[in-house]
Design a protein around this ligand. Structure first.
Ligand SMILES: *Cc1c(COP(=O)(O)O)cnc(C)c1O
Length: 403
């Protein structure tokens, strides 16, 4: 399963468009979608060989598929890792990471601010299999160090976080992990490789929800785990083959094509997000804005250094209000007054999305837990899309002007 022959030293923009398997005998210019569950073998000897050496040929769709391979090669080229493996969803990629890296009796240190399902996966599901997890502050390195144990095997982080856009120092965490004989995995969903490449900062594994910016148009579910070839081929591919969290070829094809425009989308959506963040920061009805691209953000310098100088496309803000009921009413007024943005919980779409974390993604927490997490009733999260920035701004102003 070789790559298309390309000259060495190409830029990332070129790799995003060109990295794939070679075309079929028909010479298609857009990569083919191979919708097939099985692959016909030329003879029994070849079939036997391919079953023993799955990297050398296609046999069955749960094991591998050429469209999925093209996606994996293209994503690895963008992340700057030796290899990548596709999974059905982003959560399946984190499950795969845990299944490959952890054994009963191992310990995990994880940021408290990671995606809610990730928290559950570590605390509840892996807990059933004798893996213990400690959850620590996203930004306080001393807490990460203090949580280390002799059996700590994995450090897991996500940056910037959802919805408060807290940024952790990937290079510093990699040093902590390696000093303790552990590995560092980073969920790179919010920035995508267009803005941030954790492996260049020392992370051992990079996780993706392909559902978000990699697809970029809100169409399909997908995930991926990026890392060294040896790990992917010897540890993770056999688990996918056995456990079946395989990425569908159709979804792989959609995300493969999404990667071609990832760079320009992330730039354009980050520029829109910065303009919206500045608008909100200056608005009298807004209490506080959370956006790494603003100089007022506590990790602004680190974010710019780590994220190719851009803040990403997620902006959160607190409306003013006072008591929790008023805050919620004000937040709902802003959300319900929008006529352009979608009221939804997804992100990473070309369509701007507006959501109320306290009653959705963080709705199952107690009021106490929510306060500890900094998720107030007045908090609104925007996943800024590709509409004209003036239209997004006007959409927000419709509600903000009523407060
Ligand atoms: C959405 C998301 C995931 C999970 O991805 P799915 O494709 O929905 O399984 C993981 N991490 C982050 C940061 C996410 O936003």
């Amino acid at each position: 399963m070789t790559e298309k022959k390309l000259p060495a030293g190409l830029h990332r923009e070129t790799l995003a468009v060109r990295t794939a398997l070679p075309p079929s005998q028909w010479g298609e210019n857009s990569e083919a979608l191979f919708l097939t569950s099985g692959f016909v073998q030329p003879d029994a000897e070849t079939m036997a060989h391919r079953f023993a050496h799955p990297q050398e040929g296609y046999t069955y769709g749960r094991t591998s598929n050429p469209t999925v391979t093209s996606f994996e090669q293209r994503l690895a080229a963008l992340e700057g890792t030796e290899a990548a493996i596709g999974t059905a969803t982003g959560m399946a990629a984190i499950l795969l990471l845990g299944m490959g890296v952890l054994r009963a009796g191992d310990h995990v240190v994880c940021s408290r601010s990671v995606f809610g399902s990730t928290l559950n996966l570590f605390a509840k599901e892996f807990g059933k299999f004798g893996v213990e997890s400690t959850f620590v502050s996203q930004t306080d390195l001393a807490e990460w160090k203090a949580a280390l144990r002799p059996n700590t095997r994995l450090l897991f982080a996500e940056t910037p976080t959802n919805p408060l856009t807290e940024v952790c120092d990937i290079r510093a965490l990699a040093d902590v992990a390696h000093g303790a004989g552990a590995v560092l995995a980073v969920d790179n969903c919010f920035c995508s490789p267009a803005l941030q490449r954790p492996s260049e900062l020392g992370a051992d594994f990079v996780i993706h929800s392909g559902t978000k910016y990699l697809d970029g148009q809100g169409r399909v579910m997908a995930g991926a785990l990026c890392g060294p070839s040896k790990w992917i081929a010897d540890v993770f591919a056999p688990i996918v083959r056995t456990a079946g969290m395989t990425l569908s070829p159709f979804n792989a094809w959609v995300v493969l094509k999404g990667l071609e425009t990832l760079g320009i989308r992330m730039q354009a959506q980050s520029a829109n997000a910065l303009a919206i963040a500045r608008f909100l920061q200056a608005h009298p009805a807004v209490q506080r804005v959370y956006y790494p691209g603003l100089a007022s953000h506590p990790q602004h310098e680190l974010a710019l250094r780590q994220q190719s100088g851009l803040g990403g496309a997620v902006v959160s803000f607190d409306v003013k209000g006072g008591d929790p009921q008023t805050l919620r009413r004000n937040a709902f007024t802003v959300i319900d007054s929008s006529e352009v943005m979608s009221i939804a919980t997804n992100l990473g779409d070309t369509k701007s999305i507006i959501t109320h974390p306290a009653t959705t993604s963080h709705g199952r927490l107690t009021e106490e837990q929510r306060q500890a997490a900094g998720i107030g009733q007045g908090l609104i999260r925007l996943a800024v899309g590709l509409e004209h920035v003036d239209d997004i701004q006007a959409d927000l102003q419709r509600g903000l002007s009523k407060l």
